[in-house]
Design a protein around this ligand. Structure first.
Ligand code: ZN
Length: 338
């Protein structure tokens, strides 16, 4: 059964509620944002379903979550949150809650039970009086797990603040290669924001494999003024990178970090190439001396940024990425001889 079938519009829910009530079933109602579904949600919804014959879950819309929780939330869009909740056996019907509070829906459907999961007393619920006024009853289900979406997010934040331990082999890395993205690794599409348009240029895969095998670490340095100009979002940029990293990863190529400048020319920042900000920051992060750092790019701005930072610059010409990578490899070979 497709969980999507349990997702009902307000009007469909009117009919559904009427028909369930006509069959003598006790309706329970609960609501919430269900942003990152966790054990606590599953436990409370299962317990809620035990109290009634049919359980309605109203999922807060994206706009309402942004208003009552945090403008940066939710993480998961409303259509997907509703679908996930609908996938639970305890849940009979799912609808959207556009308001911050469920009062209008409670009055519309007058469920026998208004159920909330949490650590508060029944009397603390703001809608309690209104529910009792139409003859309904309020139930609070105590949490069975010490978790919440916010705790999961905190945990992710803490984990991402920890630098991933480097493989022992990376600690003996022979240097750092900074790669321009558009026009160097992938075909240049003006203001690229569509992952489907990512096209890795000829010679790139082979070249990166060789550079990595030679003990060099790889990072991207990319100007993305389209973000600053509002042509696309940072999320679009990330989605494009995800497509690129997926293809490179499938070939065993690991891009350690992506540096990007979201500013426009008017911002006069110090990171937008030809300024050297991103290059200097990358060298600092990777503890790579200028002499151990190589920048591959296709434009004057790339060459200028690398030169200002004092690292080796290699420009991809008509022949593409292969000869550029080969230049760096041959330099390394000379060095190891000398
Ligand atoms: Zn910048």
């Amino acid at each position: 059964m497709d969980p999507g079938a349990k997702i009902l519009s307000l009007e469909q829910m009117d009919q559904w509620v009427a028909s369930e009530k006509a069959s003598g079933r006790r309706i329970g109602f609960t609501c919430g944002s269900f942003d990152l579904l966790h054990a606590g949600h599953v436990q409370y919804l299962a317990a809620a379903r035990d109290l009634c014959d049919r359980l309605i879950v109203a999922v807060n819309s994206d706009a309402s979550v942004g208003r009552y929780k945090n403008p940066l939330r939710p993480i998961v869009p409303e259509r997907e949150r509703m679908y996930v909740v609908a996938g639970l056996a305890a849940v009979d019907a799912v609808t959207i809650l556009e308001d911050d509070r469920p009062l209008s829906l409670l009055i519309r459907w007058t469920p026998e039970l208004y159920i909330k999961g949490g650590d508060y007393h029944v009397d603390e619920l703001r809608s309690g009086d209104d529910v009792r006024a139409y003859g309904g009853k309020v139930e609070v289900i105590r949490p069975g797990f010490d978790t919440s979406s916010s705790k999961v997010i905190d945990r992710i934040g803490v984990l991402s603040a920890h630098a991933e331990p480097e493989a022992a082999s990376a600690q003996t890395a022979r240097g750092l290669v900074l790669l321009d993205r558009d026009g160097t690794l992938i075909r240049n599409v003006p203001f690229l924001h569509d992952p489907a348009k990512v096209e890795i240029l000829p010679g790139v895969i082979e070249g990166l494999v060789q550079l990595q095998a030679a003990g060099l670490r790889l990072a991207i340095v990319s100007n993305q003024q389209g973000i600053g100009l509002g042509y696309f979002t940072a999320q679009d940029f990330i989605a494009v990178n995800q497509a690129l990293l997926r293809e490179l990863g499938a070939r065993g190529i690991r891009i350690s970090r992506i540096y990007f400048c979201p500013h426009s020319l008017a911002d006069q920042c110090s990171c937008r190439k030809p300024a050297a900000g991103m290059v200097i920051r990358a060298m600092r992060d990777f503890k790579a001396a200028p002499g151990q750092t190589f920048l591959i790019g296709d434009s004057d701005d790339d060459m200028q940024a690398g030169a200002t930072a004092g690292c080796h610059t290699v420009r991809t010409g008509k022949e593409g990425f292969g000869p550029a990578a080969e230049q760096i490899l041959s330099l390394l070979r000379q060095r190891s001889k000398g």
